[in-house]
Design a protein around this ligand. Structure first.
Ligand code: AHG
Ligand code: MN
Ligand code: MN
Ligand code: MN
Length: 332
């Protein structure tokens, strides 16, 4: 079809996951089931998101999370939905969530996997009908299945992820994930209730012309960040910043660009959380040929010390991240 408008039903997410099971010759299919559980919960959250304006689930919930952020009703709803799906599925033994102070030990006798999740990313965009997301990381537990969860099961560096992904509730809803064999993206077909493979084998452009940073905090940056952003401007790059990491990252991944959340005076370690924001995105970035650092080191190699630990994040097209790091290190 020359118009490009032909409607073709291709590979469903379920079928794709099944076809990839051979990537894990010794696995028993639990990771596949876990990915399906996440996809199911994301369909429910997608439904809630789509009708948020109609069903009185907009606005603040009236409490703050452990990081002092005001929780939105949809933060809470998404948190409940994902926790429910993950605990019912049976493959998961523990959950780390942005909206939970402590680790949830599901006391599941057979669960092999630990999940870290940002159930609803981009909270400030919920009430204004702008793209939001979900971010997840999956690890294999280190200690014996069936025993109480230990610190070493949770505090794993990002290099240990067995899968990670995000859901983007945008102009269409997409699920993008990796199990360490490249990155694939699926678009949700609402009327069929299925995700279909729409973006096979995503590769990040090596260079780009988009920069994404909250420039309102410029006075709080180290000089090197300012130098890098000035360089972007001198080259007439485009500024694009939605304020939902998932959406900003996704755009830059497909088009070529850099996303920066540097250290600021207010947030000396940046704002984004290592366990359920930076690591998942870093795994996807690397699998797509992009780069993720904290300005000095690879995100995936940072050894976590606390559950809600923050990290500066420089993520995106390889050449851009490398240049930003060079400038940032020169003028420290
Ligand atoms: P969350 O809504 O899960 O708390 O995450 C918000 C994060 C991230 O999505 C976004 O990129 C960033 O906060 C925006 O922060 P600023 O408003 O400080 O730019
Ligand atoms: Mn939050
Ligand atoms: Mn977030
Ligand atoms: Mn969140």
């Amino acid at each position: 079809d020359q118009s490009g408008l032909a409607y073709s039903v291709g590979t469903t997410l379920d079928r794709f996951i099944k076809s990839k099971q051979s990537d894990f010759p010794f696995a028993s299919g639990e990771l596949s089931q876990l990915l399906r559980d996440i996809a199911l919960a994301s369909k429910i959250v997608n439904r809630e998101t789509n009708r948020a304006g109609l069903s009185n689930i907009g606005g603040a919930f009236g409490q703050t999370n452990i990081q002092g952020e005001e929780q939105q009703k949809l933060d809470i709803i998404a948190n409940i939905r994902f926790i429910r799906a993950l605990s019912k599925g049976g493959e998961v033994c523990a959950i780390v969530s942005e909206e939970e102070d402590a680790v949830i030990d599901l006391q599941n006798k057979s669960g092999k996997y630990v999940v870290a999740i940002d159930p609803l990313d981009g909270s400030s965009n919920i009430d204004v009908n702008i793209s939001i997301g979900t971010i997840f990381s999956i690890y294999r537990r280190k200690t014996q299945v069936g025993s109480p969860i230990q610190k070493e099961d949770i505090m794993q560096p990002g290099t240990e992820q067995v899968a990670s992904g995000y859901v983007l509730y945008g102009s269409s809803t997409m699920l993008v994930y990796t199990t360490g064999f490249g990155v694939n993206g699926f678009t949700y077909e609402q009327s069929l209730g299925e995700f279909f493979l729409s973006h096979p084998c995503i590769k990040s452009p090596e260079d780009g012309q988009i920069y994404s940073i909250n420039e309102g905090t410029q006075d709080e940056w180290e000089l090197g960040i300012k130098d890098y952003i000035d360089t972007c401007k001198s080259r007439k790059y485009s500024a694009r910043y939605i304020g939902s990491l998932v959406a900003d990252f996704h755009r830059n991944l497909l088009k070529g660009g850099i996303y920066l959340y540097p250290a600021t005076q207010k947030n000396p370690n940046g704002k984004l959380r290592l366990l359920y924001e930076a690591n998942a995105m870093a795994f996807i970035a690397e699998q797509a040929g992009a780069v993720a650092t904290d300005g000095n080191r690879r995100i995936l190699e940072i050894k976590p010390e606390s559950l809600h630990q923050r990290t500066p994040l420089f993520i995106g097209s390889k050449k851009m991240v490398e240049e930003a790091m060079t400038l940032a290190s020169v003028s420290i």
